[in-house]
Design a protein around this ligand. Structure first.
Ligand code: THU
Length: 132
């Protein structure tokens, strides 16, 4: 699957974001080695730390359905109800969760900004010297 197609799945998933506290909506789309895609959105909670990021929602959905091998994740985020402007990079906790399942040398993190520009990083670039 092309990066842009995966990003479009993240754009769709972002519409489901439950983010009444931050007003920041994130969507993610996770590509498995078998080409299946799991999507996720951020899900907030009145007790703020109970919030789950979009990336972890997608990864946990996949793992809970028996998938543990992944090629890439696309992420888009920005103020709810508006088109995203900036690239939305994954938080540290999500990078650590990616490191549990994904090969840092090959797993791709794909971001798109409001201008439609796509940037791609390897997990090893965003989480150097990760703990495993
Ligand atoms: N968020 C994500 O879903 N993914 C990230 O990588 C960064 C942050 C969410 C968490 C929270 O609901 C909102 O964005 C603001 O931090």
């Amino acid at each position: 699957m092309e990066n842009r197609e995966l990003v479009m799945e993240a754009v769709k998933a972002r519409k489901q974001a439950y983010c009444p506290y931050s007003g920041f909506a994130v969507g993610a789309a996770l590509l498995c080695v078998d080409d299946r895609v799991f999507t996720g959105c951020n899900i907030e909670n009145a007790a703020y730390p109970a919030t789950n990021c979009a990336e972890r929602t997608a990864i946990f959905k996949a793992v809970s359905e028996g998938k543990t091998e992944f090629r890439a994740i696309a992420i888009v985020g920005g103020p709810k109800g508006k088109e995203p402007e900036n690239f939305c990079a994954p938080c540290g906790v999500c990078r650590q969760v990616m490191a549990e399942f994904c090969d840092p040398e090959t797993f791709r993190i794909v971001l798109m900004n409001g201008a439609g520009e796509i940037r791609e990083y390897l997990l090893k670039e965003l989480l150097p010297l990760g703990f495993t």
